[in-house]
Design a protein around this ligand. Structure first.
Ligand code: GDP
Length: 282
């Protein structure tokens, strides 16, 4: 399988990131709770040097709760302030403000020692495409003032959203580029839909997903689609096509359609809450 991230986008995203990061005290990094490592770009550690750091396990509603908790511990151990959230529904959001304060305590104390009082903390949300940056900003700001969707660089001119007396948030999220070097990382990002489907073969991707499921969540697909569990992932795909009546011209199995149906079910949480990578392996 072959992945591509257009270099033009990457250069632009990186340049914007480097510019905006100079203005802020706190980096709020969003990761996808289902793939907390694959959805990070480690360059942020370098870009965000000397900044207060926070990690948000977003889409926590789609990942397994016990693994969410394990990932919270994992990142806390690495020195991050961590919160798990579902930005779409808003759950977990009430803890954000206290965690922001906690993450910035050092900075606030340093300001105070220097006699700087009441200067708000300036924060920026960062993450790879599709982790939920805009949704999170909207949810935090409490109104639809940030564009949702996935278009780097649409907002012209910097705007600060005043969250409260102590915190201002840059309305434009910083876009990190996904890392593709590792095939497993690329696959997991494709599973969650962070790499455009057009540049991948849907059936191949679905077959990889079926293999993953067989190994990590045995029996789940069989039950969900009322099919037999089989070794060959393409046979499983054909069974899903049959069970869901994905047919071409009324009689031939449409495995391509079954592939998108399967991935779509997974991405929307209809197969259940699932975590694709675990802190023990990291
Ligand atoms: P961005 O590219 O990082 O700004 O991501 P968006 O905010 O555009 O979100 C990408 C998709 O993920 C949208 O369809 C959102 O509705 C969805 N989304 C964002 N946050 C969550 C969440 O916490 N849970 C779930 N289930 N979906 C979310």
């Amino acid at each position: 399988m072959h992945f591509q991230w257009y270099p033009g986008h990457m250069t632009k995203a990186k340049r914007m990131m480097q510019e905006n990061i100079k203005l802020i005290d706190l980096v709020i990094e969003l990761v996808d709770a289902r793939v907390p490592i694959s959805s990070r770009n480690p360059d942020i550690d370098d870009l965000g040097r000397n900044k207060a750091r926070m990690i948000l396990l977003n889409k926590a509603d789609l990942a397994e709760e016990r693994w969410n908790d394990a990932w919270v511990d994992y990142f806390k151990e690495k020195g991050f302030s961590v919160v798990k959230v579902d930005s779409r529904k808003g759950s977990g959001m009430k803890n954000i403000h206290s965690v922001i304060q906690e993450a910035c305590r050092e900075k606030i104390e340093r300001d105070r020692r220097r006699g700087i009082l009441n200067r708000p903390v300036r924060a920026m949300v960062v993450g790879i495409p599709n982790v939920g940056k805009s949704t999170f900003i909207n949810s935090l700001a409490g109104k639809a003032c940030a564009k949702t969707g996935n278009k780097p660089g649409v907002t012209k001119g910097k705007q600060w959203i005043r969250l409260n007396r102590n915190v201002e948030l840059l309305d434009t999220p910083g876009i990190l580029w996904p890392k593709f070097e590792d095939q497993q990382v690329g696959l997991r990002l494709a599973f969650i839909g962070s790499i455009k489907d057009e540049i991948l073969n849907g059936e191949e991707l679905a077959a990889e997903f079926i293999l993953f499921m067989g190994k990590n969540y045995p029996g789940v697909l069989a039950e969900k689609y009322a099919i037999e569990e089989m070794e060959d992932p393409y046979a499983v795909l054909a069974e899903i096509a049959e069970s869901r009546h994905c047919l071409i011209r009324g009689n031939e199995l449409d495995t391509n359609k079954a592939a998108s149906l399967l991935l779509d079910d997974f991405r929307n949480g209809r197969i259940g809450r699932m975590t694709l990578e675990y802190p023990v392996q990291m």
